[in-house]
Design a protein around this ligand. Structure first.
Ligand code: F0G
Length: 460
């Protein structure tokens, strides 16, 4: 084989392994029925290759495991917190750091502190938990992402960008004072892991600040975003991911982070800001929901693992191998003609269920069914990211009908090899050949909050 481009390899080797088990198709068919056709309700022991999420499913390094032994479990003033604070200040650049048990813990605190009931919150598409907390705090969410983000096969290199005209129109209509802040997710999870350019971030920041509106970054996968900027944006090819990440953060006033992604840990979150008044509010509220500001719902050892994970995460070779593994998997499918979201995102490959199962209408949950069928055929677990995840409009009670009806095949960090992705791709390609017989679903149980986690379905 001739190489057209220098190949990549993981900047580590494997020291500990965990056996995988395969099951029969009959077993999996029973399992998905018992789980109400919801991959979140499967037992992990029935799953072969688990691509449900990249959240908290990371493999930690030898250094992270060894640092856990020196975790300081003091209830107050833990030295592990001060180490985490120092590393976060260095790599993200914010002044104040508050740990939380995970990302949504940070979102809860920030939403309660920064939103007055009735205010609008703008964002580049929504994320499930982020919008839920904004709405619970009394905010009204408005999506201001560019139109290309809703198109699964656009080739725009920065499909996560904010449409500045949409944002400006919102400001003109509602007034800067009635907009609590704009949340920038980078990359945008629900759009398929699509990045935001530095140029766009800078412009959003200028526009928002001109109208007295704060910019809140969801920096959960910000290091992946920095890698895309390095690869795709003019003027950044020779800058390190570490520097790009810090520059990106510098255009925001505050950030929430789920450390379960970029930071190579299994649990943890952060809320960070520069404003002393906001910090005072966060610090007083964190003790209600999470714990002391020097542990925020985490053990000292978790904070040690986060600090070390962040140091590893910003290394150019580490982030390159992470994103290029996702790209490898995506290319296997794309080249076989499988409808996926393009460009391929940072944390997973997203099957386009509207094009995979064009005969199943959206209110019969095609992506939910495709995720279930994939599990039955292969033991590979993905997750629905379509109408079920989008939920209902709290004002009208109607389903949101998102343009994107996707199954996310998320790549855990440092966990699977290329061979696992060959096998997963093989099954998906086989399924695509036999897709005409698939039937839709009906929802038989719908929880009140974040329904996708626990809703149940039956096959039509
Ligand atoms: N923001 C983004 C962009 C996320 O992807 C997540 C979690 C959160 C916030 C919330 O963080 O889970 O630590 O409370 N995403 C997971 C996923 C659940 O599978 O994409 P959390």
């Amino acid at each position: 084989m001739a190489f057209t481009k220098k190949p990549w390899a993981e900047p580590y080797r494997i020291k500990v392994v965990e056996p995988l088990k395969t099951t029969t198709r009959e077993h999996r068919r029973e399992a998905i029925k018992k789980a109400g056709w919801n991959t979140f309700l499967l037992h992990a022991k029935d799953v072969y290759i688990d691509l449900l999420t990249d959240s908290g499913t990371n493999a930690m390094s030898d250094m992270q495991w060894s640092r856990m032994m020196i975790g300081d479990e003091a209830y107050a003033g833990s030295s592990s917190f001060y180490k985490l604070e120092e590393v976060c200040r260095k790599y993200y650049g914010y002044k104040y750091i508050v740990p939380t048990h995970q990302g949504r813990g940070a979102e809860n605190l920030l939403s309660k502190c920064a939103i007055r009931p009735g205010q609008y919150v703008a964002g580049n598409m929504y994320f499930t938990t982020t919008r839920e907390h904004q709405e619970i705090a009394g905010g009204i969410f408005v999506d201001v992402i560019i139109d290309e983000a809703h198109n699964s096969f656009s080739d725009h290199p920065f499909k996560g960008n904010v449409d500045l005209e949409k944002f400006e129109r919102l400001i003109a209509e509602k007034g800067g004072d009635n907009i609590a802040y704009i949340t920038i997710g980078a990359p945008v999870n629900m759009a398929g892991g699509q990045p935001v350019s530095m140029e766009n971030m800078k412009a959003v920041s200028e526009l928002a600040h001109r109208h007295g509106i704060k910019v809140v970054l969801d920096a959960t996968r910000n290091i992946e975003n920095a890698y895309f900027i390095q690869q795709r944006e003019a003027g950044y090819a020779h800058k390190s991911v570490e520097d790009i990440n810090r520059e990106f953060c510098s255009y925001s006033d505050a950030a929430t982070v789920s450390a379960k992604k970029d930071l190579y840990v299994n649990i943890g979150g952060l809320v960070m800001c520069n404003d002393e008044e906001l910090y005072d509010d966060l610090r007083s509220l964190v003790v209600v929901y999470e714990g002391m500001p020097t542990y925020g719902g985490l053990a000292g050892r978790d904070m040690e693992a986060m600090a070390q994970g962040l140091i590893e995460a910003v290394q150019d070779d580490m982030i390159a191998s992470r994103v290029r593994q996702v790209e490898y998997f995506g290319n296997l499918l794309h080249q076989a003609g499988i409808p996926i979201v393009t460009p391929i995102g940072g944390h997973g490959v997203f099957l386009d269920a509207k094009r995979f199962y064009p005969h199943i209408p959206q209110d019969q949950f095609p992506a939910q069914k495709l995720a279930g069928d994939l599990f039955v055929e292969s033991g590979v677990r993905g997750m629905e990211r379509g109408i079920v995840s989008a939920g209902r409009n709290k004002q009208t009670g109607d389903h949101y009908y998102p343009e994107l009806e996707l199954v996310r095949l998320t790549v855990p960090r440092r966990v699977y090899t290329q061979a696992h992705f060959d096998v997963a791709a093989y099954y998906i390609i086989e399924m695509y050949r036999n897709r005409d017989n698939a039937r839709g679903l009906r929802m038989v149980y719908e929880p009140k909050f974040l329904r996708f986690f626990q809703a149940r379905f039956e096959e039509l």
